[in-house]
Each structure stands twice: as C-alpha cells, then as structure tokens.
Design a protein. Structure first.
Length: 266
C-alpha cells in the first residue's frame, strides 16, 4: 500500500463547485487515469480518499488537500500529471508527495485568505480592519440547519490587513484587498464571518459580494503569522530516505501509463 498526498486548486467558475461535486469529478478522474486505488471493505467498496478541510462553495482556492491510498506503488509526479489531465481546467492538481509522515489534517492549522472588495475605498477598509483588531470579541451570527448561531469571529483571526489603491481596477473604481490568516478552530470561522465582523465593528458593507480566495493553509507560526507548507515534512522525509525497490518499479510502470482512450475531462 502507498499513500499519496495531493494539493489542488479551485479556480474561475470551478470555485462554485460543491465539495460533493468535486468528489464525483475526482473519482471519475481516478478511473480515467487508471489509478490503482485501494478500496474499503464491505458491500459497497469505495476508493480510499481522505479530504481535508475543503473550502466553502463559492470561494476560490490555491491550496486544497487530499490523500489517496493506492494498491500499487506509483511515482507521485507522474500520478499528478495523469490526474491533472483527467480533471477539468480550474480543478488543477499542482503538487503530489508520498505520505511519509502521519497527520496531514493535524497540520492544517490555519488558512491564508484574500478578499477583494470592489467598490470599497482602501482607506475605509483600513479603518474597519483597525476597529476589528482592536476589539477583544466580535460577535457575529450565521444561519445553520438548526437556526441562527452566534459566535466570536475575532479569536480565530491571527492576522488581518488591508491593501490596494484606488485605480487598481481597469475602470478606475475603488477596490480594497484584505489579507487574513484564520485559525482552524471550532466553530469554524469563515471569511464571510470576518466580513460580518467588519460590518458589526465599523459598518463596512461592500456594495457587491467579495471575491474570496484561499491562498494557503498549513501549520501556523504564532509569532510571525506565517502559514507553512503542510507537505514539506513529507518532502523532507523523502529527500532523507533512500529510494525503495517498489518506488523504482513504480516510476517505470507509471511512465508508460495514460488516461483511458476516448474519454474527456469531467
């Protein structure tokens, strides 16, 4: 058995893909790429895929992660290429490493988000950020399946800053850019919760919905607010370890593989 960890994106219109829809598209890509998946036991076996902290529907992402378990060894780079070719543009597999350490989900401690606020002056966004950061607690509400729920959006925010200048857009309209680092706590605080907090503390109300993109997620350095690559420990372990016979044979086997003939992308 071999475990491979993948980083993938949600770009353009594909940011509106739900997690369930992505799961279906990814399983189709596994079949097209003829990936030798390991399957669960029972009456309805499923490919062994572990998804970690998926971004909310409607947000873009440059840093989504999952782990697959294979019945046969494959070269991670070749596997990444095959899967990327088998997925639609926008769902792009951009990194793959063999899992050599435990706890990928435990390394996803925080996310770096970018929010583009069209129609908002950067100065107004800066004042709202200052008010939000100065507050010890910022209560917001979110509708859940059990009704409205109130919680503190401030404690999860490790870093928040405003950037951007008037004229950033081609049409010359104002546009503010917010960069924030959010800890993965319970209850989970999402970028739209932070926007609700900015509205509550400083009456910041963008005239159009914000364009939100996750730029990174991983381990959080509390001193600097930096978020580090969660695949780095596996990459370092692979560099330190000598190649195995199974790994060498996998590289040869994968180099001749290709997606099933006659099938397009999802």
């Amino acid at each position: 058995m071999q475990r491979i960890r993948l980083r993938y994106t949600k770009r353009g219109r594909l940011r509106f893909t739900s997690h369930r829809d992505f799961q279906r598209a990814f399983e189709r890509a596994l079949r097209r790429a003829e990936v030798p998946m390991a399957y669960s036991a029972g009456f309805t076996p499923h490919p062994k895929v572990s998804y970690a902290n998926a971004a909310p529907t409607g947000t873009g992402s440059e840093a989504e992660y999952l782990e697959i378990q294979l019945a046969e060894h494959r070269d991670p780079d070749k596997l990444r290429e095959l899967l990327d070719e088998s997925l639609p543009d926008g769902l792009d597999v951009i990194d793959a490493v063999e899992a050599r350490t435990s706890g990928l989900a435990d390394r996803l401690q925080a996310s770096v988000w970018e929010m583009r606020l069209d129609g908002v002056e950067p100065e107004a966004a800066g004042r709202a950020v200052e008010a939000f950061l100065a507050a010890e607690e910022v209560q917001v509400e979110r509708r859940t399946k059990n009704g409205m729920r109130a919680f503190d959006a401030r404690a999860a925010v490790a870093r928040l800053e405003a950037a951007g200048r008037e004229g950033d857009r081609p049409d010359g309209n104002a546009c503010a850019i917010l960069r924030l680092v959010v800890r993965h706590l319970t209850p989970a605080v999402r970028p739209d919760d932070v926007l609700s907090g900015l509205r509550a503390t400083a009456d910041l109300a963008p005239p159009v919905p914000a364009a939100v993109t996750r730029l990174a997620q991983g381990l959080l350095d509390e001193e600097t607010g930096a978020v580090t690559d969660p695949l780095a420990p596996d990459r370092d372990a692979a560099t330190a370890a000598p190649p195995t016979a199974a790994g060498l044979s996998a590289a040869k086997a994968t180099s001749g593989a290709s997606p099933a003939a006659g099938e397009g992308t999802a």
